[in-house]
Design a protein around this ligand. Structure first.
Ligand code: PSU
Length: 302
């Protein structure tokens, strides 16, 4: 039996048939430093509300799946340093053993499916790490996109990754990758990349119709919507490239591996960009939350 605890806001929205947007919690516990993590989590929820949908931030707290976190739970999670980072492999174990963990993209997709929520906003998905040909480090987020029917709005895959290989794997897995409003794929902190987008859509309504069509066809798996960061907040790829190279070299020198890699690299880039990478990250998550809310509103009509 899964213990699910829904926030009153989510229960009310569901009862009234209003649109819901799932949000993850790993970005809060492992992706941003305190207290910006809490401020951002609140601002992202508000962005969803202002765009006409209800936020459902997902987490596992003391063995219960929380669908929507109240103010106390959100703050508690943001302040704790002992929270696990949950993906598909350890989600059930955490629930079964009464543990507490934050949900990654993969685990949030599973939670959204259980809660009957079709769309989810995050910053950037995990993907194929650079050097994966020897380390085999590939995020479970990619396989989840292939299996779980949730539309994920992100600013693409994080640029610390090997973007070419990440999108190759998504293609192999049959995951639709849709660039929003442009022909190239965005690269998280930067609006564009040299990679052409496999699909382009210019409205939330089209994305919602494509989501519904996949369901009608009986296709498992979700869609990745790659939404470029707002222009004013982007960091040009040329500025970032040497800093990413340095952060990667530091990770290798310090022997950082597995689940610790992404949080380590994000933290190193925060220092190397003197905080600019965090401001960009916040801006893109807010932007994704607004688009996800627009898609959620359309999903009701699709
Ligand atoms: N988006 C962000 N910051 C983050 C993440 C997403 O802006 O920290 C998290 C998500 O939870 C994603 C995880 O699933 O990073 C990827 O981790 P890994 O590379 O270890 O799979």
């Amino acid at each position: 039996m899964i213990h699910i605890a829904e926030s009153p806001e989510v229960t009310e929205a569901r009862a009234e048939g209003r649109p819901l947007v799932a949000l993850e919690s790993t970005i809060i516990t492992h992706g941003m430093p305190w207290p910006k993590n809490l401020e951002t989590a609140r601002a992202v929820e508000d962005a969803v509300r202002e765009s006409g949908a209800t936020p459902a931030t997902m987490a596992v707290v003391d063995g219960k799946l929380r669908v929507g976190l109240d103010a106390v739970a959100l703050e508690g999670l943001a302040q704790r340093s002992d929270v696990r980072k949950l993906s598909r492999a350890d989600f059930a174990a955490c629930l079964a053993t009464g543990g507490t963990g934050a949900t990654t993209v993969a685990a949030t997709m599973i939670a959204a499916r259980i809660a009957g929520i079709g769309v989810f906003a995050t910053g950037g998905i995990g993907g194929v790490h650079r050097g994966a040909e020897t380390s085999f480090d590939i995020s479970a987020d990619l396989h989840e996109l292939a299996q779980t029917a949730v539309t994920v709005v992100a600013a693409g895959a994080k640029a610390i990754l090997d973007l070419d290989k990440t999108y190759e794997v998504l293609e192999t897995l049959g995951v639709p990758v849709i660039a929003y409003g442009q022909d190239s794929l965005p690269a998280f902190w930067s609006r564009t990349s040299p990679l052409a987008a496999p699909l382009r859509m210019d409205s939330a309504a089209e994305i919602a119709r494509a989501h519904a069509m996949r369901a009608a066809l009986g296709l498992p798996g979700g869609q990745l919507v790659a939404n470029p960061i707002p222009e004013a907040d982007e960091i040009p790829a040329e500025t970032l490239a040497p800093l990413i190279a340095r952060a990667l070299a530091d990770a290798e020198a310090e022997g950082i591996g597995q689940k610790a890699v992404t949080p380590f690299l994000l933290d190193r880039l925060f220092t190397l960009t003197e905080g600019r990478s965090l401001e960009a990250n916040i801006s893109l998550v807010l932007n994704n939350a607004r688009l996800a809310a627009a898609i959620a509103r359309e999903l009701g009509a699709a």
